[in-house]
Design a protein around this ligand. Structure first.
Ligand SMILES: *[C@@H]1O[C@H](CO)[C@@H](O)[C@H](O)[C@H]1NC(C)=O
Ligand SMILES: *[C@@H]1O[C@H](CO)[C@@H](O)[C@H](O)[C@H]1NC(C)=O
Ligand SMILES: *[C@@H]1O[C@H](CO)[C@@H](O)[C@H](O)[C@H]1NC(C)=O
Ligand SMILES: *[C@@H]1O[C@H](CO)[C@@H](O)[C@H](O)[C@H]1NC(C)=O
Length: 323
C-alpha cells in the first residue's frame, strides 16, 4: 500500500513540475469580414478536473489585457480589449482560445499563458490582418463602366430630343431633363470615387450605393424622353425597353444588398448583370430614338413641306377640270 502511495505522490510531483504543452499555432489571419476574431490557444496535456485549478492570462505587447480566474470563475478584460473573452467550460478540454470583436483586434503577437495548479506554460500566436479586395479588379471596372456608359447614352438621347424635337419640347422640360441628368452624372462620379478598389468598408459600400441606386433616375429619364418625342410615345417597343430597364434596376439593387450584407461579394455577378442590362436598355432606347428620328427626317418633312401643297394644288386643279 505504502509504495503505491509514494509512487502516486512522486507521480503528481513530477507532473507538477512538468510544463503544459501547447498545440503550436504560429499565426492566424483575419479580414475585414470577420465580425469576431478567435485567437487559438490549445493545451494538449490539460489534466484539470475542475475550473478551480485553472488560471488563464492573455498578453499583448508586454501587457496583460485579459485574465480568467477559475477559482472565482471570473473574467477580467482591460481597457484596450473590452470585448475579450474565453469559454470557461472549454478550458477543461484544453481550449483557452480568446475571442475578440473585430474593432478590438489589432495585428501583432499575443501570448496565451495557462496555469493548472503548479503546472504552467505559454504560447505566442501572431494575429495578422489580411487585406482582401471586396470585388475583383474586373468586377470593379464593370461596376463603374456600365453605369457611366448608361449615363453617356442618356446624354445621347438628350441630344436627340433637344436637336430633333426642339419644336415639341418646352424649355422647362429641357431644363428638367438636364438637371436630372446632371444630378445622376454627379451621383455616379462621386460614387465611383468613393468606390475606389480595396477591401470592404462603409465608405466603399456607400459609394457602391451611390452608383447603383440613382440609376432609377435613368428609367424616369428614358420614359420622359420617349414621351417627349411625339413619334415614339408608349409604343410596344418603348414599353419593352422600359420593362427591360426596370428588370436591370431590380437585379442590381438585389445584387447590391446581397453584396453589402454578405461582406464577401459572391453576388457580384448578379449586380454586374443588372448594371449591364440597364446600360443595354439605355443603348436600345438611343438606337430606337435615332432610328425613329432619322425616319422622320427623311420622310415626314418632305411630306409636310412639298406633298401637302402639291395635293392642294392637285385638288384645286381637279376641281377646275370638273368645272
Ligand atoms: C492538439 O494536438 C493533438 C495531437 O497533435 C491532437 O490530438 C488534439 O486534438 C489537438 N487539440 C486541439 C484542440 O486541436
Ligand atoms: C475569420 O473568418 C474566417 C472565415 O469565417 C475564419 O476561417 C477565420 O478563422 C477567422 N479568423 C480569425 C482570426 O478568427
Ligand atoms: C462561470 O461563469 C460563467 C459566466 O460568467 C457561467 O456561464 C458558468 O456557468 C460559470 N461556470 C461555473 C463552473 O461556475
Ligand atoms: C511576432 O513574433 C514573430 C516571431 O517572434 C516575429 O517574426 C514577428 O515580427 C512578430 N510580429 C509583430 C507584429 O511584432
Amino acid at each position: 500500500m505504502w509504495p503505491l502511495l509514494v509512487l502516486l505522490l512522486l507521480g503528481t510531483a513530477s507532473c507538477g513540475s512538468a510544463q503544459l504543452i501547447f498545440n503550436a499555432t504560429k499565426s492566424v489571419e483575419y479580414t475585414t469580414c470577420n465580425k469576431t476574431v478567435i485567437i487559438p490557444c490549445y493545451v494538449s496535456n490539460i489534466g484539470a478536473l475542475s475550473l478551480k485549478e485553472l488560471f488563464v492570462k492573455w498578453k499583448y505587447g508586454g501587457k496583460y489585457f485579459f485574465t480568467y480566474d477559475g477559482d472565482k470563475n471570473e473574467s477580467k478584460a482591460y481597457e484596450d480589449f473590452p470585448s475579450a473573452s474565453i469559454v470557461p467550460e472549454a478550458l477543461l478540454v484544453g481550449i483557452a482560445s480568446l475571442q475578440l470583436s473585430k474593432k478590438d483586434a489589432v495585428p501583432g503577437n499575443y501570448t496565451c499563458e495557462v496555469t493548472e495548479l503548479s503546472r504552467e506554460g505559454e504560447t505566442v500566436i501572431e494575429l495578422k490582418h489580411h487585406v482582401v479586395s471586396w470585388f475583383s479588379p474586373n468586377e470593379n471596372i464593370l461596376i463603374v463602366i456600365f453605369p457611366m456608359l448608361a449615363v453617356l447614352l442618356f446624354w445621347g438621347q438628350f441630344g436627340i430630343v433637344t436637336l430633333k424635337y426642339s419644336s415639341s419640347v418646352t424649355k422647362e422640360k429641357t431644363i428638367l431633363l438636364f438637371v436630372a441628368g446632371l444630378a445622376l452624372t454627379v451621383f455616379i462620379i462621386v460614387g465611383a470615387i468613393l468606390f475606389i478598389p480595396g477591401e470592404y468598408s462603409t465608405k466603399r459600400a456607400s459609394g457602391l450605393g451611390l452608383i447603383v441606386v440613382p440609376t432609377v433616375i435613368l428609367i424616369l429619364l428614358q420614359y420622359s424622353v420617349f414621351m417627349i418625342a411625339p413619334a415614339i410615345g408608349m409604343s410596344s417597343y418603348s414599353i419593352a425597353i422600359l420593362i427591360l430597364q426596370m428588370l436591370g434596376f431590380v437585379l442590381s439593387v438585389v445584387g447590391l444588398s446581397l453584396c453589402i450584407s454578405a461582406c464577401s461579394p459572391v453576388h457580384g455577378p448578379l449586380l454586374i448583370t443588372g448594371l449591364g442590362v440597364i446600360a443595354l436598355a439605355e443603348l436600345l432606347g438611343l438606337v430606337y430614338m435615332k432610328f425613329i428620328a432619322s425616319n422622320q427626317r427623311t420622310i415626314q418633312p418632305p411630306r409636310k413641306a412639298v406633298e401637302e401643297p402639291l395635293n392642294a394644288f392637285k385638288e384645286s386643279k381637279g376641281m377646275m377640270n370638273d368645272d
